[in-house]
Design a protein around this ligand. Sequence first.
Ligand SMILES: Cc1cc2nc3c(=O)[nH]c(=O)nc-3n(C[C@H](O)[C@H](O)[C@H](O)COP(=O)(O)OP(=O)(O)OC[C@H]3O[C@@H](n4cnc5c(N)ncnc54)[C@H](O)[C@@H]3O)c2cc1C
Length: 450
Amino acid sequence: MDHQTLAKIVDDAGRQGLNRRSFLRLGAAGAGSLLLTPASARAATKTRSSARIVIAGAGAAGLAAASHLAACLEGASITLVDARKEHFYQPGFTLVAAGIKPMSYVVSATRDYLPAGVELIEEAVAEFDPEGNKLVTASGKPVPYDYLIVATGLKLDYAAIAGMEVEQIGNNGLGSIYHSPAKAEATWRAMSNFADTGGVGVFLRPGTEMKCAGAPLKYTFITDDYLRRRGNRGKAELVYNANNKALFSVPIVHEKVRMLFEDRGVKVNYERILESVDIGRKLAVFKTPIGPVELQYDFINVIPPMRAPDPVRNSPLRWQEGGWANDGWIEVDKHNLRHKRFANVFALGDVAGVPKGKTAASVKWQVPVAVDHLLASIEGRESSAHYGGYTSCPLITRLGQAMLVEFDYKDNLVPSFPGVIAPLEELWISWVMKTMALKPTYISMLRGRA
Ligand SMILES: Cc1cc2nc3c(=O)[nH]c(=O)nc-3n(C[C@H](O)[C@H](O)[C@H](O)COP(=O)(O)OP(=O)(O)OC[C@H]3O[C@@H](n4cnc5c(N)ncnc54)[C@H](O)[C@@H]3O)c2cc1C
């Protein structure tokens, strides 16, 4: 979609409300944080190959990669390995936790997106053996490969927070939008109760890398908005605890959010990492440069540390040194997602050890690049496909408004529609993208069509 067309849709939508026709045009364009269509990896003629390609993880990246590969190859064996039968549309978790969408909005079946001819082994990977070119499933079954794509996502390490009990999410003012669709819904109930009564609301992000770093901020804004709508903002104190000295890794976005928080009366603490919670006493303890600091809360949105899943973290695939080694992120070239030591291995999505990119929007841009490099190896050619770190976050700032923040490895803002959708402006159209156009585009991505 070109800028004039989008500008016209935005204009029409602003004047008439977003009608069905303009919505479909927006969705068809791949609007929202999964913006624009990268050069499709689908070839006009398929490459014949007997290669065995195994994809660990059938989430956003695994399914999208399988779809692209199935469209390009004939005769190859493509196998997905994942124990989870349900597919979660995770960008929708925030909307469930905001009471805007039901849980069913984010849950579907993995098999719904399985491309023809692709096998699915419904087991977890227990061990990666890149020297032996095989992985081993939880039941002990070895799965050999010629090429491996690791797309296992990440592990939410709730156990690293002392006192945290995930079964309690939804009770006693304890929220956590990341855990699962059910717990996102339970968080909505807890947050809604808080919006009825007021008190102290505590928000935070973990000290590790995380998926969708905008989500903790969005939920703070959403809570603020509900308190205002219910006439209780004056009875509440909202406190956001940043893990380091910034609210967002991109400096200009940090500054914008800092100003908005100041405007909305959200207090900010820097360099605070949640260490423990006492659920009964509603007490959170944060690690800070001056020692542990206690915060009493009436509502808290716990976001746990995030690391590579254990089988990845315990494997030779992880970074061997540097900041990402301990958490087990996979050692890949940030521009083509190929493993730096095992040339027949790629990592996609959240598990990849690259500086940004832990969003579904990044997956959309990573998959065609890695797939092209894999196909180039099969076909005996060089690939020039390149991933520049595109990451995006439709940052909801109140119900009905969002900022569409898109950036790359260099912290440059890379708006898909410059001059039409300003990245740091709170706009209704960016809200529409997040709440309506993003999911159809995400589903198209799983099917290799976006
Ligand atoms: C609350 C929230 C809000 C978000 N908001 C946005 C947003 O607005 N925009 C956006 O673009 N992104 C957003 N995201 C991030 C986005 O959902 C993820 O970045 C994306 O899903 C990453 O895809 P993935 O394939 O790497 O991981 P996933 O989609 O999580 O898939 C990983 C798969 O690997 C499987 N797996 C795990 N361990 C193993 C194993 N040992 N063996 C085999 N399989 C395994 C899992 O079962 C899962 O199916 C959000 C995420 C959350 C939680």
